[in-house]
Design a binder for this molecule. Structure first.
Ligand code: CA
Length: 232
């Protein structure tokens, strides 16, 4: 799984608890205590889902939710809203903010994880399914195996994550910088040519002889998993 979750929650113990548990499940997690931060956090990297607290120190969670729903580019990001009391859920619902789901504090972490998975499975199945398939290529997240036809393909952990990232959004073009952030991590100090080197190795491992290359180089931009791969 390499879905990214954004947590907007001002209670630090809850923030830490959620981050820890979501990362243990394989999610990439970013946190903020302020609703005001949501725009630049999304501009920086669009999350697959947002966990949003209602009561925040600045603009409220409801307001954040409304702002996100009002803009075409953020309208579709799923939101799970956290509230302090069950009566509040009715009020939040009444305000028609368009959250996808609601949880009352204190909530159980497994319950939240289950709800996140349910929503992601509905709106973006490729980020949560155990296997990604395209043509004769299968990436298995659980066993960390890659197969092409009958052939086992051995990849380094970095190349595995690189392929996973590209494969879960076929056709989407990633810049080298975006791949560095998502595959190598935001705190790594590698330069963009490293991406080219790893893509080169990945290609060599994936395709032999006349086998089609599933990775597309997009000139002056970056790389994509070829959405036509395995379809012709
Ligand atoms: Ca709060």
């Amino acid at each position: 799984m390499s879905a990214s979750v954004l947590i907007i929650e001002d209670e630090e113990p809850i923030q830490i608890l959620l981050k820890y548990n979501l990362e243990a499940e394989g999610y990439r997690v970013r946190c903020s205590a302020l609703g005001e931060d949501v725009n630049f956090l999304i501009a920086d990297e669009r999350p697959n889902l947002i966990v949003l607290d209602w009561m925040l120190p600045g603009i409220s969670g409801i307001e954040v939710c409304r702002l996100l729903r009002a803009k075409p580019e953020t309208r579709d990001i799923p939101i799970i809203m956290l509230t302090a009391r069950s009566e509040e859920i009715e009020r939040v619902r009444g305000l028609a903010t368009g959250a996808d789901d609601y949880l009352v504090k204190p909530f159980s972490v497994p319950e939240l994880l289950a709800r996140i998975k349910t929503i992601l499975r509905r709106v973006n199945p490729d980020v949560v399914e155990d296997q990604l398939k395209a043509g004769d290529l299968i990436l298995d997240r659980k066993s960390r195996r890659i197969n092409r036809g009958q052939r086992d393909i051995n990849l380094s952990p970095t190349e595995f994550r690189l392929l996973e990232q590209l494969m879960q959004n076929p056709g989407r073009v990633y810049s080298r910088g975006q791949l560095l952030d998502t595959v190598w991590g935001r705190d790594s100090y590698v330069d963009e040519r490293t991406v080219d080197v790893h893509v080169g190795r990945l290609r060599k491992s994936l395709s032999r002889g006349k086998e089609a290359d599933p990775i597309r180089t997009v000139r002056a931009t970056g790389y994509a998993f070829d959405e036509r791969f395995g379809r012709s």
